[in-house]
Design a protein. Sequence first.
Length: 395
Amino acid sequence: MKNQEPILVCGTGIAGLACALGLARAGLPAALLGPRQAPAARAADDYHPRVYAISPASRDLLDKLGAWRLMETRRITAVEAMEIHGDADGRLDLSAWQDARDALAWIVESGEIERALQQAVQVMGIAWHEDRFERLEARAPGVRITTAQGRALEAALLVGADGARSPVRLAAGIEHHYTPYGDMGVVAHLDIGRPHQNRACQWFTGDSVFALLPMPDTADGPQASLVWSMHEGRAREWLALDGDAQQAFLAAHACAITGGRLGALRLRTRPQGFPLTLERSAMTAPGVALIGDAAHRVHPLAGQGLNLGLGDVRELVDVLRMREPHRTPGDSRVLARYRRRRAEPVQAMGLVTDGLHRLFGASNAPTAWARNQGMRLVDGVPFLKRRLIRAAAGD
């Protein structure tokens, strides 16, 4: 059986779903290739363990795709301010009002974003091949894909949105650089002793980054999402403990880190961990373009990984929409434009997050003094704070 699709998006996570929607709304017929996993229905006080900080630029994109309005408002929390603590007395406070904004970001569960995107895909009638990518063959002016079930799909362009270990990237022979940090990110939801007041808090401790993101209140009181980046061995030690011992581990470290900023912290969900890496690829090959984690990964300390991937979606759709009529979506010159547009933002975010990780991981006294002094200086300059807010917003 042979099917022909102008553009095939391989990967049915957030980036892939958003890309297929963006293409369809731009008048560029597309299809999805990948498993269809309906997000599990959740009770009012039951939240998906993985959450994302959605920037204003990403919210605008999700709104244009018709997905933002499909999300339940009670599962979205606006971040109106953020406080960042150094490992000494350095501190930086950012507030939405400093740049005349309603919010710096919005915290949303990954499952809720996927549910809304899947619903929008269904409304748009986008074709969905519930199969897996197996092989790729370049066939000018496009590509031929063979699936795990032996189906043949031809496309003018294959978009790889199939995650950090991307089979599409491997099959296309796209250059990829991978640097492990030797750290893990551990996520969990917490009951907190004090209202978060829509503030996100982050502490650099020297050997870890401890972040608490505001979440909707529950019947038990306020809650926050924990994102704790720490050495892999320490993280695995924590994850291997039973429930009571896991809570004891958190209690033993949290108060010393936060100073009781949000009161007592108690686990609502069992912690989950994922390895932290710095990754970047060449992003394109003949008839192939990569987006999201398939194209790059950065340290989560700035919370910009998904926003970077949605930026890929926005630029790829725009490049394809604006191409000359005689060029196909997989034309090498068209893909070169996409690669150039993403080169600077991807490199800049990688440099910033990697630089901050290294800066706050250095233990010598002069570096420690300089980083905390720098935070205090920036905190006193409104212009610089506005620049930071606008950069994080994607402006």
